[in-house]
Ligand binder design. Structure first.
Ligand code: SAM
Ligand code: SF4
Length: 337
């Protein structure tokens, strides 16, 4: 327990306990994935971005209120300058038992450089986003990325002892024929695969309706070749898992558009500028940076009570050709997915 310890856990207005904080440590990225960002993005001025010390302070307040899992995301978390100092500091919370899990979601580009240090900082598992194993297609989807760099990074991470889960966004006409080969590749390395439906977040240069591939179709495609068993595993998150009998591996499905997962939501999201979004698909938020800078840590702790009172019941994402598109104005790189 740290100095802001309060006995009250974070329980929202619908009785859901918030035990998981996702932290976007930067809105910047070394890739420009077509479904995530426009090619020309304007990024936040540094003065608005939380310092690493501020992120640590806020994270500790959450941990004192019962958060047991932290995930760093972005943008690309591993391109933030000195990010390892923050990860080392947060790793100490794991060492003293106040945190069960410290993890990150990364595009994999910097894993060659950082895998060993991640393990030293008590990170045990990471999610790596990878949408294709075809170098040309990879360059097309990420615009600025190089597949080999990511594959080398994945090997380094495995060698260092990190457990990996691959996140793959299912894109109609983009990587739909590669989902089964990706699963076979991942399971061959003992890696689970999670498939994600594209979510309507932020303006991008592609038509999301064209890209949208419902995972119900993907489940049918995999099911035609493999035996899928439902798994009861529930992380409080949006993924539902199936075991593939023939490979022994697992496939997760994140279906915000075809399956509503909000009733068991246990998470909130901190942006790089210190705004706490209470739902990925809604705009409800509180500003923890201003509270911290103007009034100090106790004001942040107090604001969390208000946040719990306004956390919405659920998202209402929709991609439907018959209806005007509902979408959330911010890009996924703001809240980190
Ligand atoms: N840069 C890191 C990465 O790519 O893993 C972390 C941030 S990224 C925003 C987190 C996840 O969100 C990635 O797996 C990415 O594929 C996914 N993502 C980004 N935009 C999305 C969208 N519009 N719909 C669904 N998933 C999206
Ligand atoms: Fe960067 Fe991740 Fe968004 Fe791709 S999905 S542009 S890697 S933040």
């Amino acid at each position: 327990m740290n100095e802001f310890a309060q006995p009250r856990p974070l329980i929202d207005q619908f009785g859901r306990a918030v035990t998981y904080l996702r932290i976007s440590v930067t809105d910047r990225c070394d890739f420009r994935c077509t479904y995530c960002m426009a090619e020309n993005m304007s990024f936040l001025p540094k003065s608005e971005v939380l310092s690493l010390e501020e992120i640590e302070q806020i994270a500790k307040i959450f941990v004192a209120r019962g958060v047991t899992k932290l995930r760093l995301t972005g943008g690309e978390p591993l391109v933030r300058r000195d990010i390892m100092t923050l990860i080392e500091r947060l790793g100490l919370l794991k060492a003293d038992g106040s945190l069960n899990e410290l993890t990150l979601t990364t595009n994999g580009s910097q894993l060659k450089r950082f895998s060993a240090q991640l393990v030293e900082s008590r990170v045990e598992r990471i999610n790596v986003s990878l949408d294709t194993l075809d170098a040309e297609k990879f360059a097309k989807i990420t615009r600025w990325g190089r597949l080999q760099q990511v594959l080398d990074g994945i090997e380094c991470a495995l060698d260092a002892g990190l457990k990996i889960k691959i996140n793959m966004v299912a894109l109609r006409g983009g990587n739909d024929h590669e989902i089964v080969p990706m699963m076979e590749w991942a399971h061959g390395k003992g890696i689970d695969l999670t498939l994600i439906e594209t979510m309507p977040m932020g303006a991008v240069d592609v038509d999301r309706q064209d890209q949208y591939l419902p995972l119900t179709e993907v489940i049918e495609t995999i099911g035609a070749r493999y035996t899928l068993e439902d798994l009861p595993l529930d992380t409080g998150g949006p993924a539902r898992y199936k075991r593939v009998q023939e490979t022994g591996g697992r496939v997760g499905f994140i279906r915000p558009l075809t399956h509503n997962f909000c009733e068991s939501c246990n998470r909130v999201r901190l942006t790089a500028t210190g705004e706490l979004y209470l739902c990925l698909g809604q705009n409800d938020k509180v500003n923890l940076r201003d509270a911290l800078r103007q009034d100090g840590p106790q004001a942040v702790a107090d604001l969390l009570d208000h946040a719990m009172a306004i956390k919405p019941k659920g998202h209402d994402f929709e991609i439907d050709r018959q209806k005007p598109q509902k979408h959330v104005g911010r890009h996924m790189s703001v809240t980190g997915g």
